[in-house]
Design a protein around this ligand. Structure first.
Ligand code: BEZ
Ligand code: FE2
Length: 405
């Protein structure tokens, strides 16, 4: 048993003082340090520093480890030139990306307090790294393929990867399914994959309405995607419509990534079906996709996570870099409220979305915990979310299932 005594603790979405916790692999008790010492006289005591804050471990729901080799290669600014640069450089980037590089990417997340992440896996090449990393990993096996001539082969490959990830459950892997996007997945296989997620209760995610070009292609069969599909796939029509795509997920709560270009009606539909959104502010900015209207998302009570996306569309995997960017991007939002919402978006919110037994400091939850040190005393308890986001580069202590990492 361990007892940790921080200066401040984040419980029930607020910051409190004079509270310590006792934990083994799970959180066992929450009380004053004096009471816990009496209850657990043999426990190891960990004293937090003067301005320390204890949080549940952070959850980064959306990252592409396989593209960790990119630094300056891919073209940023607009979505289609970026996608073209991905196609041109994909083989080189994938080849350069070895296990060491992917472990480094996991470690960058770890240093920023990420104890669980969602890995979107196109090829399954990061499975070994995800087994080795101390974090828990929601391993999203991605389905792709719009050309009818290849979909069966691609679907079988997806099934094989899904089976392999199921065999890694003891190594911290949570098997899951990702649908690449409305423009790149044929509805025939999309429906099969959603059915598996539904029957086996697997986490499900899909990129959705990331760019204006995607919307134009799906809605009007025109725009930059027309050139793209003619060039690479000899196709001049999309395989689905926005409404057919989204209705394929009815009754199967799905984590839609981006949704930046979704209309109010589409957001209302997402809300009505109990879906949620992964918000990747830096990726959206770098690929010229626009700003997710989180005020609308919030007014509809759509749960959302903030996530880094991969190094193919970002300059770091530090979750605090992402929160700082979100803070600046959503300049219209009251600073204090937004800061608290952002902390929720990497803790209790994603835990609820994926049914994880973490993301909250509560008796019975997994002891996934991070301790950060503020540089000075905060002005008030109410300021701690904002000051944590502004000043944290690295966490000072981290526990996963009670083990110090
Ligand atoms: C497709 O299979 O249709 C596809 C794959 C990658 C990017 C875009 C489309
Ligand atoms: Fe992504």
């Amino acid at each position: 048993m361990k007892i940790i005594n921080p200066n401040y603790i984040y419980i029930d979405d607020i910051f409190q003082e004079n509270i310590a916790i006792a934990f083994s692999d799970k959180i066992e008790a929450i009380d004053s340090i004096e009471n816990l010492k009496i209850e657990y006289p043999d426990a190891e005591i960990i004293e937090g520093d003067k301005n320390s804050v204890l949080y549940p471990g952070f959850i980064n729901t959306h990252v592409h480890l396989e593209f960790s080799a990119n630094k300056t290669t891919l073209k940023y600014g607009d979505f289609m030139p970026w996608l073209d640069s991905v196609i041109i450089n994909r083989d080189d980037l994938l080849q350069e990306c070895n296990n060491e590089m992917m472990l480094k990417a996991c470690n960058e997340m770890l240093l920023s307090g990420v104890t669980t992440f969602g890995a979107i896996s196109s090829f399954g090449t990061e499975l070994e790294v995800c087994e080795k990393t101390p974090q828990k990993v929601i391993f999203f096996n991605e389905l792709i393929g719009s050309n009818m001539a290849y979909v069966d082969a691609l679907y079988n490959d997806f099934l094989e990867r899904l089976t392999a990830s199921k065999q890694s459950k003891e190594k911290g892997i949570i098997p899951a399914i990702a649908i690449h996007s409305p423009y790149s997945v044929h509805p025939v296989v999309l429906k099969r994959a959603v059915e598996i997620a539904k029957n086996e209760n697997l986490p499900l995610s899909a990129h959705f309405l990331e760019s204006q070009s995607e919307r134009e292609w799906l809605e009007n069969e025109s725009g930059e995607f027309l050139d793209f599909f003619q060039k690479y796939f000899n196709a001049s029509k999309p395989v689905t419509t926005i409404s057919e795509f989204i209705e394929s997920f009815d009754e199967v709560p799905t984590h839609f990534t981006h949704a930046v270009q979704a209309t109010d009606e589409e957001l209302e539909y997402i809300a009505s079906q109990g879906h949620s959104i992964a918000h990747c502010p830096r990726s959206n900015r770098l690929l010229g996709c626009g700003r997710l209207p989180i005020e609308k998302v919030q007014s509809l009570d759509i749960p959302f996570s903030v996530a880094t996306d991969g190094l193919s569309s970002n300059n770091s995997l530090n979750i605090f870099d992402e929160l700082r960017s979100a803070l600046m991007l959503h300049h219209q939002a009251p600073l204090d409220k937004l800061s608290k919402l952002l902390i929720k978006s990497i803790t209790s919110q994603p835990a609820k979305i994926f049914g994880l037994n973490s993301g909250e400091i509560k008796v019975g939850k997994d002891a996934d915990l991070v301790l950060i040190n503020l540089p000075n005393r905060p002005n008030s308890l109410d300021d701690i979310a904002l000051q944590t986001i502004l000043h944290t580069q690295k966490v000072d202590m981290l526990f996963i299932n009670g083990y110090s990492i």
